[in-house]
Write a protein that binds this ligand. Structure first.
Ligand code: NAP
Ligand code: GCO
Length: 267
């Protein structure tokens, strides 16, 4: 039997939120490579246009929509438009996200709320918008992009960790509530990935040396490197495919082994 067919996404419509670039773009590219029709959104038309061009440069005819994932009316209207123009969404990747790195007692409540809004409330809003059609269709895959901060804290990322911890539990709850409709909801927990979101943590110092945090992460990761967004493509295709139909409510950590390792001992 040609077992690889179980990993095919042929005939499937995949919506990846916030996927003009970064991790979302890499996941969409991998899913396109497995046969999926790619739909993505971003907040600004110029970024959607840039994203469409970037996908086209990879030979992918992606469908782009301007939509702020925190705007429930906008999300509902966009999902309805996608269903009309492209087709029912078979695969949802809740990827769009922000981070604000501020010591907690210095963080304004409005900034804390904004991170929760994008990183936790929005996956609820978008999942709520796509699940009814998945139920009607008899299947669906939801992949929430969690984080190592779904498990750990660290200085300055209180809002982000609270959101990503909540996203882990939202993942388990969607699994619990909709598994009977053949909907699988899992998370991917990337480790430290080289994207614009982590660029500040990798900036070269004034003296040309590597950022201390860059050195810290590399010493804590058995792979001895930062992850690349492309490292997430395979795990995402697996969780979006028939091959994972009995995997539900799990967070698949793609972290180069950082969570298994005490860290390189001082030489
Ligand atoms: P990124 O480079 O900052 O990209 C984030 C994307 O989300 C951008 O396209 C951004 O669009 C979009 N976005 C933000 N707010 C939005 C909103 N309200 N509505 C629609 N789109 C919105 O981040 P990334 O590194 O690719 O991360 C993607 C996801 O992976 C995030 O959920 C992040 O928390 C998670 N993650 C990242 C890492 C890492 O090390 N990089 C590790 C673990 C988890 P704009 O450009 O318009 O803002
Ligand atoms: C940070 C980083 C991390 C990564 C990721 C790790 O400031 O610690 O941005 O949060 O983005 O979430 O899994």
């Amino acid at each position: 039997m040609d077992y690889i067919k179980n990993y095919s996404l042929e005939g499937k419509v995949a919506l990846i939120t916030g996927a003009s670039y970064g991790i979302g773009f890499a996941i969409a590219k991998a899913m396109a490579g497995a046969g999926a029709t790619i739909v993505f959104n971003d907040i600004k038309q110029e970024l959607v246009d840039k994203g469409i061009a970037a996908y086209a440069a990879e030979g992918i005819k992606a469908h782009g929509y301007v939509c702020d994932v925190t705007d429930e009316d906008g999300v509902n209207a966009t999902v309805a438009k996608i269903e009309q123009e492209v087709g029912v969404i078979d695969i949802l990747v809740n990827n769009a996200g922000i981070i604000k790195r501020v010591p907690m007692i210095e963080m304004a409540a409005k900034d804390f709320r904004q991170v929760i809004d994008v990183d936790l409330n929005a996956p609820f809003i978008v999942s709520k918008a796509v699940i009814p059609s998945m139920i009607k269709k008899g299947h669906g895959k939801i992949i929430n992009i969690c984080s190592m901060m779904s498990e750990f804290g660290r200085e300055t990322v209180s809002a982000y960790a609270a959101a990503k911890g909540g996203l882990k539990m939202l993942t388990r709850n969607i699994c619990s509530e909709y598994g009977e409709y053949n909907i699988q909801c899992n998370g991917i927990g990337p480790g430290y990935i080289a994207t614009p979101q982590t660029a500040p943590l990798r900036e070269k110092q004034a003296d040309g040396s590597r950022h201390p945090f860059d050195q810290f992460i590399v010493s804590k990761t058995p792979a001895g490197r930062w992850g690349e967004a492309s490292d997430l493509g395979g795990p995402a295709v697996f969780l979006a495919s028939d091959a994972s139909d009995f995997v539900n409510g799990q967070i698949l950590y793609v972290d180069g082994g950082i969570q298994a390792y005490i860290g390189k001992q001082p030489s």
